[in-house]
Ligand binder design. Structure first.
Ligand code: ATP
Length: 339
């Protein structure tokens, strides 16, 4: 079976880390006959310059008609690309693993956290206004969407260490009170999973103080956005953390990080982007019952771990001075040993 993958290369470090990731995928495609077919689409800052809008309808149609999308980080127009894509395609679950990788300087060893973040409502719903005198953003929480994300978190926890931490600020916000109530209702349907809850400020503190206590963190949209950057710092770098935006029928895979405009374009760490590709292969594999996609995902994981463990090639964010391209060549060398 063939899979059409729409590809948004992104801005800043995006094109380089995407080029590195596509090379890795193409090598696996060639050696393992994965049937991946890449279709590049314009979106982001460059699309805005070229067409006057960051997500032209022609791009949206190509994305919508693909099996899934691999997306690089976008610059200034990030919010006008990923937020509408999440809403229009109803990609309700944002899945963000934060895992300690080999030989990476991090606050703790053996961190393995999965942030399950609601992706279509909360403070990013877009109900807002701003004048010179006042501004507001409405935070929307609904029973239906909270129940859906909570079920997702419990389903994932059942395959992991069976612990869910519900994060909210129910002592202050009415919207969080509904989020908490619904999450706890769902928790009662899953008595085999341990549930606890934390206020978001305490969760931010605990993530630094003792991240080993967490398995799955179940959280609303903006709180999840913030906690996942923090979790990335706990495991060593934003350049290491991938994310999946998942809906019933479609999914977009991207790094947690942004376009990193403060660093030279050719020095971005491509690990997060490559691990997003790994998540994509796993999602496609599960959806279409294709074992070879899981195997390819595992090869990406093992090859990245080997390169990090050897410490020969490292990008500056993890203490080296290698370029994206050099890191990618090293990963491809490892892949060649596994295929
Ligand atoms: P956004 O709001 O668009 O998600 P952000 O505010 O999280 O973006 P980033 O662009 O992700 O900001 O950058 C945060 C910091 O992490 C910057 O110092 C950046 O250089 C660094 N960084 C992010 N991604 C990488 C990467 N892949 N490789 C190296 N450094 C990175």
């Amino acid at each position: 079976m063939g899979f059409k993958i729409s590809v948004i290369e992104g801005d800043g470090i995006g094109p380089e880390i995407m080029k590195a990731t596509i090379k890795v995928l193409e090598l696996l495609n060639e050696k393992q006959g994965l049937g991946l077919e890449f279709k590049h689409v314009d979106a982001g800052d460059k699309a805005k310059e070229k067409y006057g809008e960051p997500l032209p309808n022609t791009s949206f149609e190509v994305i919508r008609n693909s099996h899934c999308c691999l997306k690089g980080p976008i610059g200034e127009t990030a919010g006008s690309v990923i937020v509408p894509l999440r809403m229009k395609l109803d990609l309700y679950a944002n899945i963000r693993p934060a895992v300690t990788l080999p030989s990476i300087a991090s606050l703790f060893k053996d961190v393995d956290i999965l942030i399950v973040r609601e992706n279509t409502e909360g403070l990013y719903k877009g109900i807002e206004d701003k004048t010179d005198e006042y501004a507001f953003s409405v935070r929307v929480i609904t029973r239906k969407k909270t129940e859906r994300i909570a079920e997702e978190a419990y389903w994932r926890a059942a395959k992991r260490k069976r612990k869910v931490t519900v994060v909210h600020k129910a002592n202050v916000l009415a919207s969080c009170r509904l989020f908490r109530e619904v999450c706890l209702e769902v928790s009662r349907r899953h008595p085999e999973i341990q549930t606890n809850e934390l206020y978001v400020d305490n969760a931010a503190y605990q993530l630094i103080k003792n991240p080993l206590q967490f398995d799955v963190i179940l959280v609303s949209n903006m709180f999840g956005d913030i906690l996942s950057d923090e979790a990335a710092a706990v495991v060593g770098s934003l350049g290491l953390c991938p994310a999946a935006n998942i809906g019933e029928r479609f999914a977009i895979f991207e790094p947690v990080h942004g376009s990193a405009p403060d660093i030279p374009k050719e020095y971005g760490n491509p690990t997060a982007m490559m691990l997003a590709a790994k998540m994509m292969l796993e999602w496609l594999g599960e959806k279409h019952g294709e074992k070879k996609l899981f195997k390819a995902a595992q090869i990406i994981w093992k090859s990245i771990c080997d390169v990090l463990r050897e410490k020969k090639v490292r990008t500056p964010d993890i203490g080296g001075n290698s370029r994206t391209e050099e890191f990618a060549s090293e990963v491809m060398g490892k892949i060649s040993l596994y295929v």
